[in-house]
Design a protein around this ligand. Structure first.
Ligand code: ZN
Length: 101
């Protein structure tokens, strides 16, 4: 089952894997980003295509731009703006029981 542009849920194994290379990342209830290859940089790395982060999170010199890549094939799964000491956002939270019922 596709749960994201580049992510699949294996209902039988209850794991999340990369759609591009098939690499298994983590259990379905985990935050796949914590099992991705993360690269952080200044918010200017995001480029002009994105909304100005000041408008999203307020002016904060500790903002950073995080990118999450597949550790198998390097495809970019997702990105986020966060403060340096913020935990990684858990933006896909699966209710595995209802998906596999
Ligand atoms: Zn991959």
């Amino acid at each position: 089952m596709q749960i994201h542009k580049y992510l699949d849920l294996d209902e039988g194994e209850q794991t999340i894997s990369c759609r591009e290379c098939g690499k298994s990342l983590c259990d379905a209830e985990k935050n796949y980003k914590e099992y991705s290859a993360m690269q952080t940089g200044p918010v200017t790395d995001a480029g002009p295509a994105f909304e100005p982060p000041e408008e999203l999170l307020g002016r904060d010199p500790n903002l950073e731009f995080r990118q999450f890549f597949c550790p198998g094939c390097g495809v970019l799964f997702d990105h986020e703006f966060a403060r340096e000491d913020d935990p990684i956002l858990h933006d896909i939270e699966l209710d595995v029981d209802s998906l596999t019922a």
